[in-house]
Ligand binder design. Structure first.
Ligand SMILES: [Zn+2]
Length: 404
């Protein structure tokens, strides 16, 4: 019995060795670009690695031009340290946010700062050829405006309103995107000769919410619009699952009478009961002058009691599913986005009512549930962040610099 409770000394010795072996160029770059470290001395202090190891890694980063030396810091007795900074101008990022009725394209630097952006209204259901032609024309226009060209683009990030296999960027039966099934999104950007990262709109918004360098936060971004989906962030990383479809909570079964058949063919999916289409249908059936979910949200914002009750009920249904997610993932916060979320308080009230009642008390104690403030959780910024964090991922940087 004693053996199972006492850690073997060899294990802890090995863990120590792994700890210093993990001081790689990628991990140091992260410390520099998040602002955690501003000098070699900071890197030594933060990692506990020998100064010679840190210096060698920093030399690799300087040679890659991802880091530059500039100015000197405050002296702590000896020679003032040379400051290190992330070179956000080392490349450009093309960020593409495809919605059901719009294509938004931006060019950012490697810190996600917008240098130029443009959007165009078009129906995504016109198919990949037309949409990607427009996107590429917008990209060329923006690059020309910046006096740049495709050779300066280091990465492309794309958000799409449908299920996508993250490892390949292939669309898989996207319900809102007829003609796109099996389409390989990166193929449209082959001329840029750089990595192309494609993810569904909710994960892209989660990437935007994550911010620079990732951090270690646990949170959920829940989109309630025509469809319902969830971006799951665990320990600062987007959790995608084995095939990239983790978080597709719109098709979780919820008890409901009468039975409703979902567009996926199953019974009582959350989306078929609390999604935008279901809400506008229920509103019309209740005699409200409603043709779309926008109309219903407008009535709810005006305080119309039947509209408020419909939205609040949808919130309760979503809340039931979120209560389970809270028990599984124990997030610190949940951010709501999407056209139904624009209804605001009645939706929030319905969700909170069920989540706080049904989640484990410990998980619910400091859980924050909010509606996103506009502009913060943004698909375009998210697409940029997705590309930047994937491009500058520790392991990718290590492999790149190893290959030099
Ligand atoms: Zn379904």
């Amino acid at each position: 019995m004693a053996a199972s409770t006492t850690p073997a000394p060899s294990t802890s010795a090995r863990a120590g060795a792994i700890g210093s072996a993990r001081v790689t160029p990628g991990s140091l770059l992260r410390l520099i670009r998040t602002g955690a470290a501003r000098s070699r001395a900071d890197l030594v202090a933060l990692t506990g690695a020998p100064r010679s190891t840190v210096s060698a890694r920093v030399e690799q980063l300087l040679a890659s031009q991802l880091v530059y030396e500039g100015g000197t810091g405050d002296s702590r007795g000896g020679r003032p340290p040379t400051l290190l900074a992330f070179n956000s101008k080392a490349g450009l990022v093309l960020a593409v946010d495809l919605g059901a009725t719009s294509a938004r394209v931006a060019v950012t630097d490697l810190s996600g700062e917008f240098l130029a952006s443009e959007s165009h209204e078009l129906e995504i259901s016109t198919g990949p050829d037309t949409v990607m032609e427009v996107v590429n024309a917008l990209a060329d226009g923006l690059l020309a405006e910046l006096g740049s060209d495709p050779a300066h683009v280091s990465a492309v990030g794309v958000g799409v309103p449908g299920p996508v296999e993250f490892s390949t960027g292939r669309l898989v039966h996207p319900p809102l995107m007829s003609g796109w099934h099996d389409y390989l999104v990166p193929s449209a950007f082959a001329r840029f000769e750089c990595p192309v990262y494609v993810d569904n709109d909710v994960n892209v918004m989660a990437a935007g919410e994550l911010g620079s360098g990732g951090g270690s936060e646990n949170f959920l971004v829940v989109k309630i619009g025509t469809g319902i989906g969830c971006g799951i962030v665990v320990g600062g990383q987007i959790y995608r699952g084995a095939q990239g479809c983790a978080g597709d909570i719109g098709h979780i079964f919820v008890p409901h009478d009468p039975t409703v058949i979902c567009r996926c063919g199953n019974e009582n999916c959350l989306e078929a009961i609390a999604g935008g289409a279901a809400l506008s249908r229920n509103a019309a059936a209740a005699g409200l002058d409603v043709h779309s979910v926008k109309d219903l949200v407008r009535l709810a914002l005006q305080g119309e009691p039947p509209a408020l009750e419909l939205v609040r009920n949808a919130g309760r249904q979503v809340g039931g599913v979120l209560a389970s997610l809270v028990n599984i993932f124990n997030p610190s916060r949940i951010v709501l986005v999407g056209s139904v979320a624009e209804a605001g308080n009645p939706l929030l009230a319905g969700i909170r009512e069920v989540v706080y009642r049904r989640s484990l008390p410990l998980a619910a104690r400091s859980l924050e549930i909010t509606i996103s403030d506009h502009g913060k959780v943004d698909g375009q910024l998210g697409a940029a962040r997705l590309a930047i964090e994937s491009l500058l991922d520790d392991e990718r940087i290590d492999a790149e610099l190893e290959a030099v």
